[in-house]
Design a protein around this ligand. Structure first.
Ligand code: G3I
Length: 341
């Protein structure tokens, strides 16, 4: 049967996965799945600041370069991830800010250099950059700004909200052809007020109107079957971003369930086992139905190598392949959705 990537190619829809540097190349079955099933790859960690500049002033591009080279050899496009994020920052940076060794002015200059150097290093080889990541407040965050940005975010707190537009400008200068995305979770298809969607929509609508070089919005798509998910609303929200003149992408899809144990990751309930592929399908078909949706990426290849069990204890089963790298119902469901389009 056709691979996901072959089916996606027919409708010009990129089908992606996050790639773990520890497995690529050394783990042959894993490597074969990455090459065979996916047309887009995102480094799960290798392009983050702590990975590329562990020591101030000395870059280590080795892991990220390996993935970009692999993508070139296998006719794949790359999503660069991510330039501005509060997490996985090098300790020399966070430590320097905390102890006053790095001033606000210096921090801004360090950030500008980071964005410029990293985007320049990969110039011409990145399809979409996640320029800024997760700077909007969730309902549970205590200090949202009036426009919905998270006032407690490391970058907003230290450099002010103008930093968001600035990183897009710096990235665009360094690689004018790369598509520049804002990436976040729970910004489409949420139950209730959908306030985070509205804030992101309005904020980037303004940046677009001001001529800031923003090209797209990425909804991560980290779902959990214990919470409600509204596929119609998900599609409507992607379309609303598209109506601002932006591209959209599903960038980090996984759908977790409660599992019996972290090792075999069997769902605890039949209902959850059925909801898992269903919610994956809802996200993919929404993307297929929105013309501006350019790619759909799962956040990892198989359940044996996912961030989920380590972060949400007692849950797992989030990806398209099981712990033994066998395709799951979610895989076959997505293949069918792609084939029927
Ligand atoms: O590199 C060290 C290694 O040297 C050490 O031995 C090991 C022991 O714990 O830790 C390794 O670092 C881990 C790193 O992944 C690389 O494997 C960190 O502890 C671990 O926290 C880190 O987790 C990553 C997480 O981001 C950190 O925030 C996940 O792999 C990655 O999937 C996850 O991805 C994020 C996206 O970037 C943004 N959106 C949410 C998504 C899920 O959290």
């Amino acid at each position: 049967a056709d691979s996901l990537r072959a089916l996606g190619d027919r409708q010009k829809l990129g089908i992606g996965t996050a790639v773990d540097d520890a497995h690529l190349g050394s783990d042959q079955p894993y490597t074969d799945l990455v090459a065979g099933q996916f047309s887009v790859v995102t480094p799960e960690n290798a392009m983050k600041w702590e990975s590329v500049e562990p020591t101030r002033g000395s870059y280590d591009w080795a892991a990220a370069d390996r993935l970009v080279a692999f993508a070139g050899e296998h006719g794949q496009q790359v999503r660069g991830h991510t330039l501005l994020w509060h997490n996985q920052l090098p300790s020399w940076l966070t430590g320097g800010v905390a102890d006053g060794g790095i001033s606000k002015d210096q921090l801004r200059e360090i950030l500008r250099k980071h964005v410029t150097d990293e985007v320049t290093h990969f110039r011409g080889r990145i399809w979409q950059w996640d320029v800024a990541n997760e700077v909007f407040a969730n309902a549970w965050d205590p200090n949202p700004l009036p426009n919905g940005l998270n006032g407690d975010d490391f970058w907003i707190r230290n450099l002010g909200e103008g930093v968001v537009a600035d990183v897009f400008r710096w990235a665009h200068q360094a690689d004018p052809k790369a598509l520049l995305f804002y990436n976040d979770y729970n910004i489409a298809g949420q139950d209730g007020s959908n306030a985070k969607f509205q804030a992101v929509h309005d904020f980037f609508g303004k940046l677009v109107a001001q001529g800031v070089p923003v090209d797209g919005i990425g909804e991560q798509g980290h779902l959990d079957t214990q919470y409600g998910f509204d596929g119609q609303r998900f599609q409507a929200d992607l379309q609303a971003y598209a109506d601002l003149g932006l591209k959209v992408a599903v960038t980090e899809a996984d759908v977790r369930t409660f599992v019996d144990n972290a090792t075999d990751q069997v769902p605890t309930s039949q209902l959850a086992a059925f909801a898992q592929p269903y919610e994956f399908s809802q996200m993919l078909t929404a993307c297929q139905l929105v013309d501006a949706c350019v790619s759909f990426t799962a956040w990892g290849v198989y359940d044996g190598d996912s961030w989920i069990p380590g972060t949400f204890a007692g849950t797992g089963y989030g990806l398209l392949y099981d712990v033994n790298m066998r395709p799951k119902p979610a895989y076959f469901t997505l293949r069918q959705d792609l084939a029927l389009a």
